[in-house]
Write a protein that binds this ligand. Structure first.
Ligand code: EPZ
Length: 435
């Protein structure tokens, strides 16, 4: 069923567990392509982005099977082959993973194909950094009606690159290409998200030589061959923070098993500043609303170690319940406040601005992108009919419906399965009234 009926007003309370990060697992699965023996990836969540990555890899001859342990995948790349363009295209529009296959496929097969990419509509999401990097490694890129065709007539050679913005995807592109390129690659202005460092751990287990220096500089020494890895994916810090925001907005108390303090430092500081409480324990972190008013704040999203852009939407719902004016400045994506329209239809008071309402002017300033929001609270939310726009916006709608008085109908919940494992069972386990 792609529609959920939510009866709001119950504080969410109880214990749930988060597994491997949606933003690492598919990338580690792609890395398996580079190995000359099978890989074992553990702590894999049952989310649809993993299914898409499995399907894409199988199209390229990788066998993907369940391992002995629950949440374990075995990836065998020994039969890698060129995939049929039409079949790859059938996967188009569902994910951004295809672009990360370029480096490994160019190494293994000398050719690669990129269909039109999908992912959430939270901005234009161009791939210019990726293509520029691949060209610098020596790839030749031909644009065709069905997509981009890549080749590497002289193989791929190490190079010096500097990213215009510390893009997660472009950094992963460089890592997955440089590890078996001839010579050394130096990458400047790299992304250093925990998911990036976990991917580096995967590649190092395979035999790669990657050094991480201060000031976002990576040096990668290309090697002849890589072997398969055995790796447990880091926990999903976005899912953990989403449940924490749900506890705050609904006045609840949620113990999130698997949540890791080190990956959530900035979020925890903000959570406490707003008035939430948390307790870090060996198995995870318990988040709760201690009662009393929540506090408004001024917040800017940023690349790691700043406040992550994917934490913004779920927390915004809690800020509708805070006393005073909260100011959010979104600096990573130019169009990530579309979801506030529905919150306003539920009774929230939110105004959007094109100005950079934060300490640091960003790339989107003075360009007519409504990338700053002012939230005035507390306001009473009323149940409404909601249609999910994107993954994180979707989860924030669930939080809003659970916080609201009355009943909401939430359509398109399948999209939430892309990044939140068994979220309906977890909601029921936390006492949510859903049907
Ligand atoms: C990853 O997206 C995540 N997705 C995103 O999570 C996350 O929001 C983002 O990193 C930032 O942390 C996955 O890992 C699958 P970027 P990615 O390249 O790699 C611009 C979620 O909900 N840019 O760091 O696509 C881009 O437009 C998703 O879990 C270029 O201009 O993000 C954006 O403004 C949403 N040209 C900024 O950089 C390029 O070639 C950051 O993008 C590449 C990026």
């Amino acid at each position: 069923m792609d529609t959920l009926t939510v009866h709001g007003g119950n504080p969410l309370s109880g214990r749930i567990a988060v597994r491997g990060a949606k933003n690492l697992v598919p990338k580690a699965m792609v890395a398996a392509l580079l190995g000359d023996s099978p890989s074992r990836l553990r702590n894999v969540p049952a989310v649809s982005d993993v299914d898409v990555a499995s399907g894409l890899l199988e199209l390229h001859g990788v066998s993907v099977s369940a391992g002995a342990e629950d949440g374990e995948l075995v990836l065998d790349p020994s039969q890698v082959e060129q995939a049929d363009v039409a079949e790859v295209n059938a996967h188009a529009g569902s994910s951004r993973i295809p672009i990360l296959l370029c480096g490994p496929l160019l190494h293994r097969l000398g050719r690669a194909f990129i269909p039109d990419l999908g992912g959430c509509r939270i901005g234009d999401r161009p791939i210019d950094f990726h293509l520029e990097a691949l060209r610098q490694f020596g790839a030749v890129i031909e644009k065709a009606p069905d997509g981009l065709h890549l080749s590497a007539p002289h193989g791929l050679r190490g190079t010096k690159l500097s990213l215009p913005f510390p893009s997660v995807g472009a950094t992963e592109q460089v890592l997955l290409t440089a590890v078996t390129a001839q010579g050394t690659t130096e990458l400047r202005n790299a992304a250093v998200e925990p998911e990036i460092l976990d991917l580096i751990a995967v590649l190092q287990k395979m035999g790669a030589i990657i050094s991480v220096h201060t000031d976002r500089v990576f040096r990668i020494q290309g090697v002849e061959r890589l072997r398969g890895f055995v790796h447990r994916a880091l926990p999903d810090r976005i899912e953990a923070a989403s449940w924490a925001s749900a506890a705050l907005a609904t006045g609840g108390n949620i113990d999130v098993l698997g949540a890791k303090q080190g990956d959530l430092t900035t979020f925890l500081n903000v959570f406490r500043t707003v008035g939430g409480e948390f307790d870090v324990h060996d198995a995870g972190i318990r988040f709760w609303h201690p009662g009393g008013p929540l506090h408004s704040l001024a917040l800017e999203t940023d690349v790691h170690p700043g406040f992550m852009t994917d934490w913004q939407q779920p927390l915004a719902v809690a800020l509708t319940q805070a006393t005073g004016l909260s100011i959010l400045h979104e600096t990573v994506y130019e169009n990530r406040f579309g979801f506030t329209e529905a919150l306003v239809s539920m009774g929230a008071v939110i105004q959007l601005y094109p100005e950079c309402l934060g300490a640091t002017p960003c790339r989107f300033g003075q360009r007519n992108f409504l990338h700053s929001a002012v939230i005035s609270g507390p306001t009473k939310l009323q149940g409404a009919d909601l249609t999910i726009p994107d993954l994180r916006g979707g989860f924030s709608y669930l939080i809003a419906a659970l916080t609201a008085h009355g009943t909401s109908t939430v359509r398109g919940v399948d999209l939430i399965n892309r990044g939140y494992e068994n979220f309906e069972d977890k909601l029921s386990a936390l006492g949510a009234s859903i049907s």
